[in-house]
Design a protein around this ligand. Structure first.
Ligand SMILES: Cc1ncc(COP(=O)(O)O)c(C=O)c1O
Length: 442
């Protein structure tokens, strides 16, 4: 399928409102075609003998029906990356779209992104770096962007060829400089992650704990130290995960531009992740809105953001959720309905739903019956509990489900591809949902 091309303005690609509308229509049509619920005509990868439709039917109507399943749709991961590639500075050679692999480090997902031309990976540990190196990723496109890096991990990463790290403090800069000296690397880029508050993110990074980012007033000092040491300085932000405010990027880009100008330019700016996904039924978020603001803000900065030397310049984003959440859906059996309104299901708030425990996230479920009966449209409040021994394993607020839901029916949670398998805890040794990998034709 071919997509419309954005227009060029001021050195970076700026998408006109008219083109955005065309792109949105194309994107929606593309997504509709690759939606799991619309199209079960799939190419199953790990179930060569069966189509997904048949596998799902077996699960829904089978006798051994108390297992949870994760349906991983390679086609949806492809479509997600394609959207980012279309909307973020489509033909600017400085553009880098990294995948924040912490969101979903499943091998088939990493392989898919590599195959479809992801520019690089945002990694948080030596273990993550090793994983993408083993898949053939060029070390120069692996970015070490955790809020804190161990000395030993820095050393292994730099020895392997990684050349970019994000740091947040003077002691962090000193640690990196020590390691560089020890292994004689003079070409490392150190990006300083700036603490820019954004209360509009569902998971706020810049918070009272001060875990993410460096105070604005200290950034200049750190950049100067990096320059003085002969290394390349960069700037980075993360405006929070599930960031619901597209214009927050515009404000942040202008702040970064001012900081960059105050030190005669930097080698890169990294806008982080945070692109939201419509998790709940009435959510309506489109990444197009975000790139409208990002591309426009970048196009208005005429000069001064990048240093005037011949080092390679980069404009980076590193989405995790935005690239992965819609690629997986979960099917979870109801183990028991106790009394009038208590449901125990084959998952837990320490398993696939740990974001409820950590961030008070609420969830919406569709329900599938195991015996083909049609469910009532009438809903009522249920208290839903997980299967582990911990008394806190359950949703704090009631969840609306059909009045005639029965043991053996399934709860279906869409968009469970980000921070679900990677945050899954193994309390009581319960297994992860059984994974079914398939590929819708996009
Ligand atoms: C440094 C860094 N970059 C990118 C991401 C990805 O964020 P998101 O999944 O909200 O896009 C995270 C998430 O924690 C992060 O810590």
């Amino acid at each position: 399928m071919t997509f419309s091309q954005p227009v060029v303005k001021g050195g970076v690609k700026l998408i006109s409102p008219k083109t955005i509308n065309v792109l949105i229509k194309e994107k929606l049509a593309f997504h509709r075609n690759s939606k799991l619920s619309v199209k079960f005509e799939t190419v199953p990868l790990k179930h060569p003998a069966k189509k997904l439709k048949d596998v799902l039917n077996d699960v829904l109507r089978g006798s051994n029906i108390d297992e949870s399943y994760a349906f991983l749709n390679i086609g949806q991961f492809n479509a997600n990356l394609l959207s980012f590639q279309r909307f973020f500075l489509p033909s600017d050679p400085r553009r880098r779209i990294l995948y924040a692999m912490k969101a979903n480090p499943e091998k088939s997902v990493l392989e898919t992104f590599i195959k479809k031309g992801i520019d690089g990976f945002d990694c948080a540990s030596w273990q993550e770096i090793e994983k993408v190196l083993a898949l053939g990723m060029d070390a120069k496109e692996i970015y070490f962007n955790n809020p804190i890096q161990r000395r030993s991990h820095l050393e292994k990463a730099f020895k392997a060829g990684v050349s970019y790290v994000t740091i947040q403090s003077m002691s962090g800069v000193n640690r990196v400089l020590d390691v560089c000296k020890k292994i004689d690397r003079k070409d490392i880029e150190i990006a300083i992650r700036v603490d820019i508050a954004n209360p509009d993110a569902e998971i706020v990074m810049s918070n009272e704990f001060g875990k993410y980012g460096c105070d604005l007033t200290k950034v200049g000092q750190l950049l100067k130290k990096i320059k003085k040491a002969g290394l390349k300085p960069g700037l980075a932000i993360h405006l929070g995960s599930q960031n619901l405010n597209p214009s927050s990027f515009k404000k942040a880009i202008n702040q970064l531009a001012q900081l960059a100008k105050s030190v005669n330019g930097v080698s890169s700016i990294n806008l982080g992740g945070g692109f939201p996904v419509s998790h709940r039924n009435d959510d309506k978020y489109f990444i197009d809105d975000y790139f409208g603001y990002i591309n426009e803000a970048l196009s208005k900065i005429k000069s001064g953001i990048f240093s005037n030397d011949n080092s390679e310049k980069k404009i980076i984003i590193e989405p995790g959720r935005g690239l992965s959440a819609t690629g997986v859906d979960l099917l979870i059996p109801v183990i028991e309905i106790r009394g009038e309104d208590r449901i125990y299901f084959a998952s837990s708030t320490f398993g696939s739903f740990i974001d409820h425990f950590a961030h008070d996230w609420e969830y919406c479920f569709d329900v599938y019956t195991h015996d083909g009966r049609t469910l009532s449209k009438k809903l009522k409040d249920y208290k839903v509990f997980g299967q582990t021994c911990d008394p806190r394993d359950g949703f704090k607020n009631p969840i609306k489900l059909p009045v005639d839901i029965k043991e053996g029916d399934f709860l279906w949670m869409k968009n469970a591809g980000a921070y679900v398998s990677s945050l899954h805890n193994n309390l009581n040794d319960f297994e992860m949902p059984k994974q079914i990998v398939f590929n819708t034709k996009g």
